[in-house]
Design a protein around this ligand. Structure first.
Ligand SMILES: *Cc1c(COP(=O)(O)O)cnc(C)c1O
Length: 381
């Protein structure tokens, strides 16, 4: 399928997914296979071994690349596997990486506990407040940007950071997990690479862990593709197929996530037990670079850590769990859960209060979600 003239939802359903050439199967089959018959030595049909390439994975890679407006896509066994390959393929020991100070806890752990001991240098900056010129020194090899961030939903100006990166010859990588390509297209704003945890909104059904990287530069792609095969953190065909199924409804789901989140946001803002609400909506940069905001809301609950602990246990429709972006609503306390791997002082310095609650608003009937939260406020007072 030619991608140029099609809208997002058409690409989500069709890109990379022509009917199966051998049978006409309308849906891409799960090629549950490790190896491929050859006519003679080297006489294969483009597939030799499934670590290197697998037809179901090829379909997902092409679909997600089309959604990000990229030439190439690479799927991985997890979002962190994608992150690891970006860093190890493109950054050498001694190189300087500038990373947002409010990134996903596991990203920070990978950088600080695994890659830093190997000699990569990491510095952290709040790109939502610090000018790119002062955050990114000359000689920087790569900038890792997450926007909106997790869990404070801080927003950074991708285009402005991209301009500075170009000026100093640094690569710009954007983790687009929270916004998804439906609401934000980092490559069009000047980023070199987009990374996703497809575990979240892209798959959208909380039944697969996966990762993805999209990019258009031939040389960078060759290095990453080489490491995808050489290190082998690839997803299996079953997981890839589920993700391919999930992404078909990405646009429809994101619209509903957003609608429900807007309603809950208004309600939380008026609630006497809420000290502060975090959401990208009122941020002018977000309004400029995003076409919507999805279902993530964080807020500071009035009261102590114990109340936060009781609050997240008191909801029933909002399931107490890590992760986000599925059709079902989830609730968590970052300080005790997703961001527990960050040292407490660093966590508080980054603005993550002990009473912070993060919601991943699902696609359920919104009145039921509001009633569930109302009950949690009342029963923990
Ligand atoms: C979950 C997440 C990751 C890590 O992805 P996994 O699939 O869990 O490895 C990275 N970035 C963000 C923003 C995430 O939410």
């Amino acid at each position: 399928m030619k991608n140029d003239n099609h809208g997002f939802d058409t690409l989500a359903v069709h890109a990379g997914q022509a009917p199966d050439p051998t049978t006409g199967a309308v849906m891409t089959p799960i090629y549950q296979v490790s190896t491929y018959a050859q006519d003679g030595v080297g006489g294969h049909k483009g597939y030799e071994y499934s670590r290197t390439d697998n037809p179901t994975r090829t379909a997902l890679q092409a679909c997600l690349a089309a959604l990000e407006g990229a030439k190439y896509g690479l799927s991985f066994a997890s979002g962190l596997a994608a992150t690891d390959v970006v860093l190890r393929a493109l950054v050498a020991p001694g190189d300087l990486v500038i990373c947002g100070d409010d990134v996903y806890g596991g990203t920070y752990r990978l950088f600080d506990k695994v890659l830093r001991p190997w000699g990569m240098r990491f510095e952290y900056a709040d790109f939502s407040t610090v000018a790119p010129e002062s955050a990114i020194p000359a000689g920087t090899r790569l900038v890792w940007l997450e926007t909106p961030t997790n869990p404070l939903l801080k927003v950074s100006d991708i285009a402005a950071v991209a301009v500075r990166c170009k000026a100093v010859g640094a690569l710009l990588v954007v983790d687009n997990t929270f916004a998804t390509p439906y609401f934000q297209r980092p490559l069009a704003l000047g980023a070199d690479i987009v990374v996703h945890s497809t575990t979240k909104y892209i798959n959208g059904h909380s039944d697969v862990v996966g990762g993805f990287a999209a990019l258009s530069d031939d040389g960078l792609y060759d290095k990453m593709k080489y490491l995808q095969n050489a290190a082998g953190a690839v997803p299996g065909p079953q997981d890839v197929w589920l993700t391919l199924r999930g992404v078909k409804t990405l646009g429809v789901r994101m619209d509903r996530h957003q609608q429900n989140a807007e309603r809950i946001l208004g309600w939380l803002r008026a609630h006497p037990d809420v000290e502060r609400v975090y959401h990208p909506m009122d941020n002018p940069v977000a309004r400029k670079q995003m076409s919507g905001f999805g279902g993530m809301i964080s807020f500071d609950l009035r009261g102590d850590l114990d109340r936060a602990r009781r609050f997240v246990a008191a909801t029933t429709l909002f399931t107490l769990a890590e992760s986000l972006g599925g059709v079902e609503s989830l609730i968590e306390t970052p300080a005790l859960m997703t961001h527990a791997s960050i040292e407490p002082e660093k966590r508080r310095a980054a603005g993550i209060q002990d009473g912070l609650i993060r919601l991943s608003v699902g696609i359920e009937t919104v009145e039921d979600l509001v009633a569930d939260l109302a009950h949690a406020f009342e029963s923990t007072r």
